[in-house]
Design a binder for this molecule. Structure first.
Ligand code: C5P
Length: 224
């Protein structure tokens, strides 16, 4: 694997594996940009929902994805100039995002937008197909996962801390359903690529996971 002049660290993995948090912290430590690609699918679902575009309307959804007026700003993102609130992280939008993400038209509409995040001095990108489709030449690829029970528990705690009440059992079922849809879809399915390093965080803290990524990145850098 060789590094493009602007290095990318690709972190893929299932929902609620902690990859977003790890990616943001690694980016912070390296002074790199960060791409939360799932946010683009979530925002597409959110805007489609408020504009009355059906989740079965591929052309309509692709148009929404293409014209998303989103800006990534310090500490979050804005949609049509307004800060995006927690609605984007709700379980309903999570499920809708995973349905929207099955369409070729939507994935193509978001491709160039994602690639535009590759800016000096480097990028940490998290999602499902960062290492396989969006940045196949990433200098470091990781597949970050944890058991589905652990992921459901973590998500449950996060939501409870935000005052959002959910039933753990339902969360577990929803995660399983979303994992299955993401892993078995025809386009850019979620699978561990042969060139991605497995990082199972079931028994790890976030800080340990961040160190793991930084140590591997250092090895790649030294080899370059
Ligand atoms: O990562 P996050 O849970 O925010 O992603 C929401 C949904 O967007 C996922 O369930 C997945 O279906 C989709 N997604 C994708 N490709 C990506 C990132 C997210 O298909 N690179």
């Amino acid at each position: 694997m060789t590094c493009h002049s602007i290095p990318v660290i690709a972190i893929d993995g299932p929902s609620a594996s902690g990859k977003g948090t790890v990616a943001a912290l690694v980016a912070q430590r390296l002074g790199f940009h960060c791409l939360d690609s799932g946010a683009l699918y979530r925002l597409t679902a959110l805007v489609a929902n408020s504009n009355g575009v059906a989740l079965s309307d591929e052309a309509g959804l692709a148009q929404v994805a293409l014209s998303l007026d989103v800006e990534f700003v310090a500490g979050g993102m804005t949609l049509m100039g307004r800060p995006v609130d927690e609605a984007m992280r709700s379980e309903a939008i999570s499920a809708a995002a995973s349905r929207v993400a099955q369409y070729h038209g939507v994935r193509m509409a978001l491709l160039a937008r994602q690639r535009a995040f590759r800016q000096a001095p480097g990028l940490v990108a998290d999602g499902r197909d960062m290492g396989s489709v969006v940045f196949p030449d990433a200098c470091l690829k990781l597949y970050l996962t944890a058991s589905v029970e652990m992921r459901a528990e973590r998500r449950y705690k996060q939501l409870m801390e935000k005052g959002i009440h959910v039933i753990l059992r339902n969360l577990l079922d929803e995660l399983r359903e979303r994992d299955l849809r993401d892993a078995t879809r025809q386009l850019a399915p979620l699978i561990q690529q042969a060139d991605a390093i497995l990082l199972d965080t079931s028994q790890m803290t976030i800080a340990e996971a961040v160190e793991f990524v930084l140590v591997h990145y250092e090895k790649v850098r030294v080899r370059e």
